[in-house]
Design a protein around this ligand. Structure first.
Ligand code: SAM
Ligand code: SF4
Length: 326
């Protein structure tokens, strides 16, 4: 399927819950956000119906996200069923990793192709300061186990904030030293609480890393669904990646839509554009009606974000990142 600008859309990020077992400072306030009532959350049957219609329109890749997706009961069954949907070639998950160790085998059995664990530091005190929870050891254990079992491809996502020395970025990169784990750095986006944090750009971080690790050499041997640029560092098994929506805008190659836990098909990360699918499903719409609503929303997918003028932009998103899923 193509949008109004002629971009091919073959990837969806599905948020299966807005709830989370962490409170990362750049994503959620300490008290959390008001949870969506259970009856307003999409049921698995509804998600599967949307995925099936989208797959008929050309969708190939699905990312399961949250909130924290592993806190939604039955998520592994959902993954298995999406994996079996004709047309879907790839299903991946992004998680904070707190429940990874205990759920790893069932995720692998369900046919998950890849998992990304969000981890900003290895240092337990820093981790607690960022996430307001004491789960660093559990997450790191989950990552090590996952690397040992090696049944699902594994990546780490880190959002750098301010001074990379203080955050322990070099220590975090050690995860990629002797194992094929790719560590990727996501520029902090000015969405929700993200605008209140110190920003470090891809170029600044790359310069810091090269000063310590030597030259980073561009490489193209990692398969992914999105705009990550990968580099090889001498002596490292895994790759170093950068996802830099702010300083290296990639909207012209955007291949995605998002589905919130309430069933809003969101056509741009920054803007509140899209279509509410839950009421249509609840009213018993036909496949054709669902398809027509999706096509109409795609025609008005914005050309790109305007993070520079985020707070002032008309129609800017009011949901926080935990309600969108990244
Ligand atoms: N709970 C899961 C996790 O942490 O991976 C999935 C949802 S979380 C919202 C998805 C990703 O968004 C995480 O990697 C998180 O670090 C990232 N994220 C949250 N707020 C962000 C922001 N303002 N800018 C950039 N990335 C952000
Ligand atoms: Fe939860 Fe993920 Fe947001 Fe952290 S980044 S609060 S783990 S949803």
């Amino acid at each position: 399927m193509t949008d109004g600008m002629g971009r091919t859309i073959d990837y969806i990020r599905i948020s299966v819950t807005d709830r989370c077992n962490l409170r990362c400072r750049y994503c959620m306030p300490e008290e959390g956000v008001e949870s969506i009532a259970h009856d307003r959350i999409l049921r698995f049957g509804e998600i599967l119906r949307i995925v099936s219609v989208l797959a008929g329109m050309g969708l190939k890749k699905v990312k399961i996200t949250g909130g924290e997706p592993l806190v939604r009961r039955g998520v592994t069954d959902l993954i298995a069923r999406i994996r079996q949907t004709p047309g879907i070639e790839n299903i991946t998950l992004t998680t904070n990793g707190v429940l990874l160790e205990e759920m790893y085998d069932s995720l692998a059995d369900a046919g998950l192709d890849a998992v990304t664990v969000s981890l900003d530091t290895l240092d337990p005190a820093r981790y607690r300061a960022i996430t307001r929870r004491d789960e660093a050891e559990r997450v790191i254990r989950g990552i090590r186990q996952a690397a040992l079992k090696n049944r699902i491809s594994l990546k780490i996502n880190c959002v750098p904030m301010g001074d990379p020395r203080e955050q322990g970025i070099l220590e975090l990169l050690q995860l990629a030293k002797s194992q094929p784990i790719h560590v990727r750095f996501i520029e902090m986006m000015p969405i929700g609480l993200g605008s209140q944090f110190p920003f470090i750009s891809e170029n600044e971080l790359k310069e810091f890393l090269e000063a310590h690790l030597g030259a980073l050499t561009p490489c193209s041997d990692v398969k992914g669904n999105g705009p990550c640029k990968y580099y090889a560092a001498e002596g490292f098994c895994g790759r170093v990646g950068f996802i830099s929506a702010v300083t290296h805008k990639f909207c012209s190659e955007c291949n995605r839509v998002r589905l919130t836990a309430e069933g809003f098909l969101k056509t741009c990360l920054q803007y509140d554009t899209g279509v509410e699918l839950k009421p249509l499903l609840a009213a018993g719409c036909s496949e054709e009606e669902l398809k027509a609503a999706i096509e109409k929303a795609l025609r008005t997918k914005p050309s790109g974000h305007d993070f520079g003028g985020c707070a002032r932009t008309a129609g800017a998103e009011r949901r926080g990142m935990s309600q969108i899923g990244g």
